[in-house]
Write a protein that binds this ligand. Structure first.
Ligand SMILES: *[C@@H]1O[C@H](CO)[C@@H](O)[C@H](O)[C@H]1NC(C)=O
Ligand SMILES: *[C@@H]1O[C@H](CO)[C@@H](O)[C@H](O)[C@H]1NC(C)=O
Ligand SMILES: *[C@@H]1O[C@H](CO)[C@@H](O)[C@H](O)[C@H]1NC(C)=O
Ligand SMILES: *[C@@H]1O[C@H](CO)[C@@H](O)[C@H](O)[C@H]1NC(C)=O
Ligand SMILES: *[C@@H]1O[C@H](CO)[C@@H](O)[C@H](O)[C@H]1NC(C)=O
Ligand SMILES: CC(=O)N[C@H]1CO[C@H](CO)[C@@H](O)[C@@H]1O
Length: 927
């Protein structure tokens, strides 16, 4: 093998700015599928003479009030300047301004092209530098070096979603502007290195060999409308061309247009090689993953009948690229071939590509075209997609005029005004706070707020919102604060939200909504006299009493006498037939119950009324079905009483009712299922390997059940007396939270009204009954306090209400005897294994003994009991190392006192919310 003779190379200078002046005409033709061609800042759409492509204005792609439209200065317009360069949209305000291209095919490769011709549109002739982003990922920096330069930027990427945003970012170096924006779908995998995690940013794309420097090749010669800029330099290069067809494989990568492959260059001096020095400056290199190239070759001379050989090495920065068996490369006659980097390579300021003829080669190298790309990462995650579509719909509905453009949460520094997001490295950011107060919002509350699934604080106060509050807002599981104050909302507060307020998870502010039905502002129904009024009035009542016939008749009679109904939040809601009620208090048929319970297969418990069965609703919700046995005559009254109570009261420490059944003779109540069973089972050691509950858990159960009772006594007006407080009526859910159950014996404590619940029925369970009540037959809230004292003693001692020691003795007397011996520890349930703070145990016992005082007036109220139990729990938690348990929300008091009296047929609900910390600590609330 001979040594290659030294040869000088022709060096091609590359300019980063790609100047283009287009001439020539093409006929208008049908718009290819999926092309979007936007003329930014222009007044009307039109068909472009050169390409035949239809250009549209940018109106539908960007907020109408984003930026200003300008025409470039006339001195930059020549007869051959395409119309799409005449105008720009500039963005003097807001750091980020974005175009949204929608209706894309997710997962497909696209070419996105931005066009920029400054043309001194704003007169001071100050050339700006700004950044472009694709969605939340950096695309490139636009550096305008000449007022008359037409700058193209282009990226090839796989679009992850059905829409794509292109954002202009002000970097403090002049006002961003844009002349045009093109989007072209590519055949999938046309560029194998553009995928979901990386995109290709075009640095150079040249077609070698055309003789005319205006001879740009693009659509329709290139069906993908890539722009192949002509490289023309007759001093050093010989242009080669052919009219023959160049064969291309339709399934191949890149698919260069035939017209590009029909021309090539070769050094004018046949002993020279080809060398390109590709400049990489003026691009923030730290953002690149590297570079890739594609070289296109096709032999245009028929060498088959001669001895001529064209054979060359392909070098990248002096590193041989062809690693095949032959190392050297010979282009194929009239067949297009390409050569590309299969992975990104690194480079600093320039890339040198050289094509060196081998020693055997009798002809110099040729090249037909080249593309050079920088590879960028597209791995920055945008905001959660569902949140984006919800907040975007909200933005559109209210025509928000803020910086609401681009991604709502990313980058952090540019998140939308009024939004707060939560960021997690591995997951898309989510929107947690929305503050749209004082935004002049008009119209209804957008249903899309209910799709902001992770929102915790939603502040819509001080706007001009009208209409009713959507009950779908109750879907928002994380919602802590909803501020709707100072609007013009009407209707009532949806049931679902009321429930959240009652269970303490939500603070609602709604003051200064003159037409909203609340307690301070009851809504008057139309005056009586018209039948309509009655029709409206009746359902209100009907549902309240659960369509249980006997009560219904009673109410309807009263109702007709009443001219107007003074009703409020809860009643309105239950009566207006809205769907939340149907869900909350559903009416079941007997057949449905059979299905739900799998034909009453699993018995959970039994009472005087009949059995309780386990069931499962269609959506999988577990329920307990309390079916009244036909034989039990007594049961009807209890059923009615319980149903009535349960429809009126809601508290997180009271078992809630999901629905009921009144189907012929069948009556049933359907409750939430409490998988951990009764407190009795836990105390008697049926769970947890016979160990029962640990002390802390017992204290929590005590506090929670006390809160349930407190609510019955103080939250309801008149107070409701449970009359059968005992460990089997305290149920535990999966999180071991306690809820009071079984309101069959309970009674609204109202001396005047004795029409439908007899005061003369004695109720209660041996061992728990207040001796005073037993004597007078007159129950009071203090009777419940007494029974609760017994429960407390059971929690401490783990003993039944009546012990055999060996003679029967009440737990109260037994405790007093043990304490008289001064032996507290021997009284404590041994199954707690000493894991308790003795002070907390002692204090709890003290409370229990006060509760079980003989004289009712010496017993504390449930309010006192709750307060003192809270102190016990603090003591206990304080004795450990943790201080306050963050999971405990007991200092958040939420009351809703409801007037359930039916005097004069007037339903009055008298509620006042007293809410604790969430109200005041919410960040959105702080202004
Ligand atoms: C061609 O290149 C060779 C080597 O660089 C040089 O010696 C020769 O003079 C060149 N020929 C012409 C005609 O320029
Ligand atoms: C730009 O020029 C066109 C036509 O000459 C005109 O219709 C349009 O209003 C101008 N736009 C601006 C922003 O001045
Ligand atoms: C994209 O290509 C790069 C290699 O260039 C690879 O590392 C990456 O995993 C690819 N991403 C996907 C989503 O295939
Ligand atoms: C290719 O040519 C250049 C200069 O023309 C030279 O520096 C380089 O070493 C050559 N490479 C090979 C592999 O011959
Ligand atoms: C709300 O709208 C009404 C009627 O359009 C208007 O009179 C009132 O000033 C508006 N209030 C606010 C706070 O914008
Ligand atoms: C840029 C963008 O919005 N990307 C989103 C596309 O959709 C996926 C989920 O399908 C999101 O995780 C991305 O953030």
């Amino acid at each position: 093998m001979e040594q290659p003779t030294p040869r000088t190379s022709a060096v091609v200078p590359w300019s980063l700015l790609l100047l283009c002046l287009v001439s020539g005409a093409l006929q208008a033709r049908a718009q290819p599928n999926g092309f979007i061609s936007i003329d930014c800042g222009g007044p009307t759409g039109y068909v472009d003479d050169t390409t035949g492509l239809s250009y549209t204005t940018d109106a539908g792609f960007i907020d109408a009030d984003a930026g200003n439209n300008h025409n470039i200065s006339v001195e930059y317009i020549t007869p051959s300047t395409p119309k799409s360069w005449y105008s720009v949209r500039s963005f003097p305000s807001e750091t980020r301004n974005c175009y949204t291209l929608s209706s894309l095919v997710s997962g497909l490769q696209y070419l996105v092209r931005g066009k920029f011709l400054y043309g001194n549109y704003d007169d001071p002739n100050r050339l700006p530098i700004f950044d472009l982003y694709i969605g939340v990922n950096f695309w490139t920096r636009v550096n305008i070096l000449e007022a008359g330069a037409a700058v193209y930027t282009e990226a090839i990427m796989v679009v992850p979603n059905d829409s794509l945003q292109v954002c202009l970012m002000n970097t403090g170096s002049g006002t961003p502007f844009i002349s045009g924006l093109d989007l072209r779908p590519l055949k999938n995998k046309l560029y194998p290195l553009a995928n979901e995690t990386q995109a290709l940013v075009l640095l150079h794309r040249f077609n070698f060999g055309p003789t005319d420097s205006h001879d740009i090749i693009r659509y329709p010669l290139d069906p993908y409308d890539r722009i192949w800029f002509p490289f023309v330099d007759a001093t050093d290069w010989t242009d080669m061309s052919t009219d023959m067809n160049v064969n291309a494989d339709v399934d191949q990568l890149f698919q260069p247009p035939e017209a590009v492959m029909q021309t090539a260059i070769t050094p004018r001096n046949v002993s020279n090689n080809i060398e390109f020095s590709l400049d990489l400056e003026s691009f923030p290199s730290d953002l690149r993953l590297g570079y890739i190239y594609t070289l296109y070759f096709c032999e245009l001379e028929d060498l088959s009948s001669s001895n001529a050989v064209r054979e060359y090495y392909i070098n990248l920065d002096d590193v041989l690229q062809v690693e095949s068996s032959e190392e050297a490369y010979t282009p194929t006659y009239l067949v297009d071939r390409y050569f590309y980097s299969t992975g990104p390579f690194q480079a600093d300021q320039s890339i040198v590509i050289s094509l060196n003829a081998t020693a055997e080669s009798t002809l110099p190298p040729i090249i037909n075209a080249i593309e050079l790309f920088a590879v960028i990462a597209t791995t920055t995650l945008g905001t959660d997609e569902q949140d984006v579509s919800a907040i975007t719909a909200i933005k559109e509905m209210y025509q928000v005029h803020k910086n609401w453009m681009g991604d709502p949460c990313v980058p952090k520094a540019l998140n939308w005004d009024g939004l707060t997001c939560s960021y997690d490295v591995s997951k898309p950011p989510i929107i947690t706070n929305v503050n749209m107060s004082f935004n002049g919002l008009r119209g209804g509350i957008s249903p899309n707020f209910a799709n902001l699934k992770d929102v915790q604080y939603l502040d819509l106060s001080n706007n001009n919102l009208t209409g009713s509050i959507p009950d779908t807002l109750a879907r928002l599981h994380s919602l802590i604060l909803l501020d709707l104050s100072n609007n013009n909302l009407n209707g009532s507060i949806p049931f679902g939200l009321l429930k959240k307020i009652e269970d303490g998870s939500l603070s609602l502010r709604y003051s200064n909504n003159p037409d909203l039905c609340t307690n301070g502002n009851s809504c008057q129904l139309p005056e009586r006299g018209s039948k309509v009024a009655i029709y409206i009035a009746v359902p209100v009542v009907v549902i309240v009493v659960l369509v249980l016939a006997s009560v219904l008749c009673f109410c309807m009679q009263r109702k007709r006498k009443q001219g107007s109904i003074n009703y409020s939040v809860k009643l309105t809601n239950e009566g207006d037939g809205n769907s939340s009620l149907r869900l909350e208090n559903r009416r079941f048929t007997y057949m449905e119950l059979q299905m739900i319970t799998n034909n009453f297969q699993r018995v959970l418990g039994q009472g005087g009324f009949g059995y309780v069965f386990q069931g499962s609703l269609e959506d999988g919700t577990q329920v307990a079905v309390k079916l009244r046995s036909h034989s039990s005559n007594q049961g009807v009254k209890q059923f009615l009483a319980e149903a009535q109570v349960l429809t009126r009261i809601h508290h997180r420490n009271l078992v809630s009712m999901i629905g009921y059944c009144k189907d012929g003779v069948h009556m049933a109540l359907v409750y939430e299922y409490m998988p951990q069973g009764t407190l009795h089972e836990h105390i008697s050691g049926k769970h947890n390997n016979g160990l029962g509950l640990p002390w802390r858990q017992r204290l929590r159960v005590a506090l929670e059940s006390a809160q349930g009772l407190e609510y019955l006594h103080k939250g309801c007006n008149p107070p409701i007396i449970h009359r059968d407080v005992k460990t089997t009526n305290i149920l535990l859910n999966a999180r071991l939270e306690a809820k009071i159950a079984d309101f069959g014996m309970s009674k609204a404590f109202n001396y005047e009204d004795s029409t439908h619940v007899s005061t003369n029925t004695f109720a209660g369970t041996h061992g728990y009954v207040d001796p005073e009540y037993q004597r007078t037959m007159q129950p009071s809230t203090k009777s419940d306090v007494y029974s609760f004292g017994v429960v407390l003693l059971q929690l401490v001692t783990g003993k039944p209400a009546i012990l055999r020691d060996p003679k029967p003795i009440t737990i109260i007397n037994w405790t007093r005897q043990v304490l008289a011996r001064g032996d507290i520890e021997s009284m404590v349930d041994a199954r707690m294994q000493g894991d308790h703070d003795i002070n907390a145990v002692w204090k709890t016992t003290e409370i229990a003994l006060m509760c079980t005082e003989q004289a009712p007036q010496q017993r504390p109220s449930m309010i006192d009991v709750v307060m003192q139990l809270q102190e016990c729990l603090d003591l206990e938690l304080g004795s450990g190392n943790g201080g306050k348990d963050p999971n405990m929300g007991y200092n958040v008091a939420t009351y809703m006192s409801i007037d359930v009296s039916q005097n004069n047929g007037t339903f009055e609900i008298d509620h006042n919310y007293t809410t604790g910390p969430p109200m005041d600590t919410g960040p959105a609330a702080a202004r």
